[in-house]
Design a protein around this ligand. Structure first.
Ligand SMILES: [Fe+2]
Length: 327
């Protein structure tokens, strides 16, 4: 690293998030990132994430920055969030309506493969609200009650998706890029997902995943999952369709849901307690135009606060890690 930048830690008490700010105007983010790749890779392990601020960047520059730091992008097919490709290997971030906050989660943690690193780019800062939020995954894991931690460690999780014509956010076509049942069934089989068709346009996907994973380089245990986001209480409250605790059978029929790995429902109160822990521990990133956030998907979870007005944050998901690589 040279003296063309100044560095600062955003949350010094927990050494969380390093800000690297360009001292001069017009320094291209991609070239600087490429030259300082080793420094930045070490920094995200230590600080969980880095914000590149004040560099010259646009969406194609962001695409190049992501590629310079982490050459391999992940195939997002089969993911759950609504996504549109806007530049090479660059997507719109979540298209969840602005008035909602997005709970902490680890990208694609429900899958047998997930991105090790994520990059976000602020093309247009939010007019009001709209901070991206991050949580330290180890701190969250350690703050869970021991009995609950043991239960999650023992059972893992079961994630279920039911696609119908009325799927609230993503159709079968949008999830897989096709509606060809044979292709989808093959794709799912390869990726450890059980696909059951109940006639055309009705598909149930079931997959199991641990609730806790250790980081392959640091060994850090992380509560690595998307259970709050997937649980029916969370999203049905967002959609205004929550009608109270559902029976176990009814819970298996809804659009998407997370269960303990043995198929038993996760208590509504447990999900509420975990959401409260996330909200208590999350830190905010107030976006400035052209900020690039580069962070480790297993050391930090991420979410978003509600916003009003315009906001354009782009995302690139990098360096696939396969469950089979982990012991
Ligand atoms: Fe996400």
């Amino acid at each position: 690293m040279n003296n063309t930048v100044k560095t600062d830690i955003l949350y010094p008490e927990s050494e969380f998030l390093l800000v690297v700010e360009a001292k001069q105007q017009g320094m291209p983010a991609a070239a600087w990132a490429e030259e300082n790749r080793a420094f930045l890779k070490a920094a995200i392990l230590r600080h969980r994430g880095v914000i590149l601020r004040g560099f010259d960047c646009d969406r194609n520059g962001f695409s190049a920055t992501a590629k310079a730091l982490e050459p391999e992008a992940i195939d997002y097919r089969g993911g759950i969030g609504p996504r549109t490709l806007v530049a090479p290997e660059v997507y719109n971030s979540t298209e969840l309506p602005p008035k909602h906050s997005l709970a902490q989660h680890h990208e694609m943690a429900y899958n047998a493969y997930w991105p090790m690193q994520i990059l976000f780019f602020c093309e247009e800062p939010p007019e009001e609200g709209g901070a991206t939020t991050l949580c330290d995954a180890r701190r969250l894991y350690e703050s869970l009650p021991t009995s609950l931690r043991d239960k999650f460690l023992h059972h893992g999780l079961k994630y279920v998706r039911n696609y119908t014509k009325d799927t609230p956010y993503r159709s079968i076509q949008e999830t897989f890029g096709t509606t060809d049942p044979q292709w989808i069934t093959e794709f799912c089989k390869k990726n450890g997902v059980q696909a059951e068709w109940h006639g055309e346009n009705r598909l149930t996907l079931t997959q199991r995943a641990p609730a806790v994973r250790a980081h392959p380089e640091t060994g850090t245990p992380a509560f690595f999952n998307t259970l709050v986001l997937w649980h029916y209480t969370y999203w049905s409250k967002l959609l205004g369709s929550f009608t109270g605790t559902m029976s176990s059978a009814a819970q298996g029929e809804v659009w998407q849901n997370a269960f303990y790995g043995d198929g038993t429902p996760i208590e509504d109160s447990v999900v509420a307690d975990i959401l409260a822990l996330y909200e208590e521990q999350e830190v905010s990133i107030e976006w400035k135009k052209n900020d690039v956030l580069y962070f480790d998907n297993m050391l930090a979870s991420h979410g978003r606060l509600p916003f009003a007005g315009r906001r354009k944050i782009l995302a690139s998901f990098r360096s696939p890690r396969y469950a089979a690589q982990s012991a």
